[in-house]
Unconditional design. Structure first.
Length: 483
């Protein structure tokens, strides 16, 4: 490969993009990236042929296997012969955070989502330390991440958790991906950013220097621990940063709550936040992706947000984007409402009025006389046979209403029945009286007229608020007799 060609695919990249040339991409059609000349879209990609015992190794991205699994194992082995000094340990942890921030504050929140603007010195810093995390170039990473947001959980999502937790964590890098499958996204802004393009073109050099040589230099020149700098500050630190940031694709789509929207997989959890420098409020993040925050409460752990805020105070970052809390609360309320609807749907609220048979008043009176314990309240007929013995007000009281219009009796004429009583009564309803007055109100409500007391949830189920049952009549008409 000629040296001027970019090496975005140091790791975790599908071969079709290995030789994309940013120089020729200054004005690309965003939907048609320039591809590797060796890549022939007419030939079936290896991922389109089923995996067999003979060809399985062709499905594996061996470069990534070496980088994600092989190198860390060699680091673990080397660590047996390399003593860990306290200075190297402190430096390795500090460098772990710096390179992690390169991914979370740089690759993710700055470049993939443009949730704030950075001055050139800050961009160079983030591109450098982000390169030290060894997770591909900014350009490649941000393009896949935009596809992940645009096509979350679908087949075009490069790391869909629907294919399994392990797949979303690193399987998607270890197995070859069909370049035709990944959803396309517009990255024209990244093609116009010279820091992004420089890093993409010089990716291999960036990775080797920032990933391995720089930590070796610091520990070597600083306190003479060259090997410690390479093994702990370099190789093992890369391993930890990679595994931590991979959790944004796996754990953040698997563990936790969904306070804003539960239709897709992203979730909020403190453990994910702790592991990923604050990227764990992922349900919020997928709803408000261009917000520079992931955690919106002051007590939640989001050091990436704190860093961006600090850079703003130092004049290094500006235009921090934030959604209004009004918009955020709307999402939260809608999700709460959805949960409430689900709870309510599990309860017995009685047969919906529109499904009840319509009875003539005389028919109602006749049936009551012939032994059926029917009682009409607000135009709705209830069969209370099984309830007479349990009536808290006694059998005589309830019997006195049988075959009559008990609207006034039930609503204070005899006793002001409780909210619970109205709810219980509704479970016993068996019919509606033709022309019954509340039925008329209900019909108007159904037609969507103003002043209607009746509301429906997303599934079309009628909401019955406390005190708003159809049998609840504030001022029963004095002459509520036979209609
Ligand atoms: Zn996600
Ligand atoms: Zn994102």
């Amino acid at each position: 490969m000629p040296s001027h060609q970019p090496t975005a695919g140091m790791m975790a990249v599908d071969p079709a993009y290995l030789s994309e040339q940013p120089s020729s991409l200054s004005k690309p059609a965003p939907e048609e990236p320039v591809r590797n000349p060796k890549y022939d879209p007419k030939k079936p990609h290896i991922t389109e042929t089923p995996m067999t015992r003979k060809n399985w190794y062709k499905h594996v991205n061996w470069l990534n296997v070496v980088l994600i699994i092989g190198v860390p194992i060699s680091g673990c082995v080397a660590a047996f012969w390399t003593p860990l000094t306290i200075k190297t340990l402190i430096f390795s942890i500090a460098y772990y955070y710096a390179t992690g921030l390169g991914i979370t504050a740089g690759y993710h929140r700055l470049w993939a989502h443009t949730s704030y603007q950075a001055t050139t010195p800050l961009k160079i810093f983030l591109a450098a330390v982000g390169g030290g995390a060894v997770e591909g170039s900014i350009r490649w990473w941000a393009r896949d991440h935009r596809a992940h947001h645009r096509y979350t959980d679908t087949d075009k999502d490069p790391y869909s958790v629907r294919k399994g937790l392990l797949y979303s964590h690193l399987g998607w890098m270890i197995m070859k991906q069909n370049p035709k499958r990944i959803g396309r996204t517009d990255i024209s802004d990244l093609n116009d950013d010279w820091v992004v393009q420089w890093q993409h073109k010089n990716y291999l050099k960036t990775v080797i220097f920032m990933g391995l040589i720089f930590p070796m230099l610091v520990a070597g020149l600083g306190w003479g621990d060259w090997m410690g700098g390479l093994i702990y500050g370099g190789i093992l630190r890369i391993f930890f940063v990679q595994q931590a940031t991979f959790c944004v694709n796996s754990l953040a789509h698997w563990l936790g709550d969904q306070p804003f929207d539960d239709r897709n997989s992203p979730r909020d959890h403190i453990i994910t936040a702790l592991v990923t420098l604050g990227e764990g409020y992922h349900n919020f993040h997928h709803e408000f992706p261009s917000d520079y925050r992931n955690a919106i409460e002051w007590h939640q752990y989001d050091p990436t947000k704190w860093s961006i805020w600090l850079w703003k105070q130092l004049g290094l970052a500006y235009d921090l984007k934030q959604f209004r809390s009004n918009e955020i609360e709307k999402g939260r309320v809608q999700q709460l409402q959805k949960k409430l609807d689900q709870k309510r749907a599990k309860l017995d609220w009685g047969v919906p009025l529109e499904q009840l048979p319509v009875m003539e008043w005389d028919d109602y009176v006749d049936q009551s006389k012939n032994g059926r314990a029917l009682i009409a309240v607000a135009g709705v007929v209830h069969d209370v046979s099984d309830f007479i013995n349990d009536h808290p007000g006694g059998k005589a009281m309830i019997r006195s209403g049988l075959g009559k219009d008990a609207t006034a009796m039930f609503n204070g004429g005899v006793y002001f029945h409780s909210n619970a009583a109205h709810n219980l009564l509704s479970t016993m309803r068996v019919g509606v009286i033709r022309g019954g007055m509340e039925v008329e109100i209900w019909k108007r409500g159904g037609a969507g007229e103003e002043g209607a007391q009746l509301y429906k949830d997303a599934n079309g189920n009628r909401l019955v608020r406390a005190g708003a049952q159809v049998t609840k009549v504030i001022q029963p008409p004095a002459s509520a007799g036979a209609a």
